[in-house]
Design a protein around this ligand. Structure first.
Ligand code: ACO
Length: 374
């Protein structure tokens, strides 16, 4: 009988489909893109290569990479209609909300279903321009047009700040993008795949994904990590601050993960990147807060495997790269457009409407509607 089984609240361990894009092995702390361990990806890859890899399963050869870069470059400029929509948004909107609204407005000239890799490139290339343009206007600054000779992540920083970025910082942000490009059946990717399964277009599906990324249980955690570090203020204050926060029932942002029973491999790599680019006192503060948080969580919840997740050191890295806090979750979204594209293509390639069920626990059938009020 439909809807009569025990609910799987949160869909833990529910397998909805086969996927070849990324493997998340929560018990072993593995994240693998199309067979490449994430440590291997973050060591050597370019973001553009990962955009291609996630969708096609192989690395692009030099000619394909060049064509991909040209295709991205040709999609960075905005249409006059989209510029007008951007100009009409109130600058008080949080940048993630602005990005979601502007991506929605991209839909007017986007083709429908099934999605194509070119639709994905429009999303990957368009989002940084939309975000940078909105942020600059909110700062009272003129837009900075993209430069075709700059790589994807450098271009974002260029369009945002109007300066060619320092290579060390640009590479740190690119490595962040590589680490965040995909992550199995996470909440925003599921939302995207549900939308694609209804045969909606990629832009609509990306709006669903962006909406799902917003909450602190998913993409909305890292700016809260920065706020927490500010509030702790000194390594000596880490232990009492954490004890007090937990005593008040507060969740510690940057810790815990649905999939991982061991440390999130992205946290390990981001810690190394943070050590390389962050101001030493900020990094020392982060280490002290992490140590105090892990010790306190182990003591309070010995049976729950709670470790540092991707967002903790992501915050430290994004601060060091010079991004303001309100751009942390949007930066996550820019990186994840690579994975969203791949998942949209995969979903459409053997599509079946994703339509789960709920167990009905409301009143029994048979209630009578009262006579209409005269
Ligand atoms: N701080 C304190 N306690 C925690 C934390 C935390 N960060 N995370 C989990 N717990 C505790 C819960 O209170 C719960 O305890 P209980 O069983 O005694 O009630 C237990 O651990 C299990 O928690 P759930 O909420 O059931 O775990 P779930 O898998 O649903 O949550 C989540 C995962 C949402 C990430 C959670 O760990 C959390 O809220 N973390 C803080 C926010 C955060 O860092 N978000 C970013 C996640 S990474 C990403 O999505 C990109």
């Amino acid at each position: 009988m439909p809807g009569s089984g025990s609910p799987s609240k949160g869909l833990d361990d529910v397998v909805i489909d086969d996927s070849s894009i990324s493997l998340v092995e929560g018990d072993r702390g593995w994240l693998v893109y199309r067979g490449f361990d994430i440590a291997e990806v973050v060591r050597a890859a370019r973001f553009e290569e990962v955009v291609y890899l996630l969708s096609f399963g192989e690395l692009p050869g030099a000619p394909s990479l060049r064509r991909l870069e040209e295709a991205l470059a040709s999609r960075r400029a905005l249409s006059p209609e989209l510029e007008r929509v951007e100009a009409s948004l109130p600058v008080t909107l949080p940048p993630l909300d602005a990005l979601r609204t502007l991506v929605s407005a991209m839909g007017s000239d986007a083709p429908g279903y099934p999605p194509t890799f070119e639709d994905g490139l429009s999303l990957v290339a368009g989002c940084p321009t939309l975000l940078a343009r909105f942020v600059r206007r909110s700062r009272g600054l003129a837009p900075v047009p993209p430069r075709s000779e700059l790589r994807h992540v450098e271009n974002f920083l260029w369009m945002l700040n109007g300066e060619v970025p320092d290579p060390r910082r640009a590479r740190a942000l690119e490595r962040y993008f590589l680490l965040l490009a995909d992550h199995g059946m996470n909440a925003s990717t599921l939302a995207l795949r549900v939308a694609i399964s209804t045969q909606a277009d990629l832009v609509s599906a990306a709006v669903a994904a962006l909406a799902t990324l917003k909450g602190p249980a998913h993409g909305g955690a890292p700016f809260r990590v920065s706020d927490m570090l500010d509030s702790v203020a000194s390594p000596q204050n880490a232990r009492p601050w954490i004890a007090d926060a937990l005593a008040r029932g507060q969740r510690l942002y940057g810790f815990g993960h649905r999939a991982y029973r061991v440390e999130d491999p992205r946290a390990v790599l981001l810690r190394e990147i943070a050590q390389d680019v962050a101001d030493p006192p900020r990094f020392a503060l982060a280490l002290a807060v992490e140590g105090a948080a892990l010790a306190a969580l182990r003591e309070r919840k010995p049976h729950v495997p709670l470790y540092t997740n991707v967002e903790f050191y992501a915050a430290v890295v994004l601060e060091a790269v010079g991004l303001p806090r309100e751009l942390f979750t949007p930066a996550f979204a820019l990186a994840r457009t690579a994975g969203w594209t791949a998942h949209a293509l995969e979903q459409a390639s053997s599509n079946r409407l994703i339509r789960p069920d709920v167990r009905y626990v409301g009143p029994e059938r048979g209630r009578r509607w009262p006579e209409p009020v005269p």
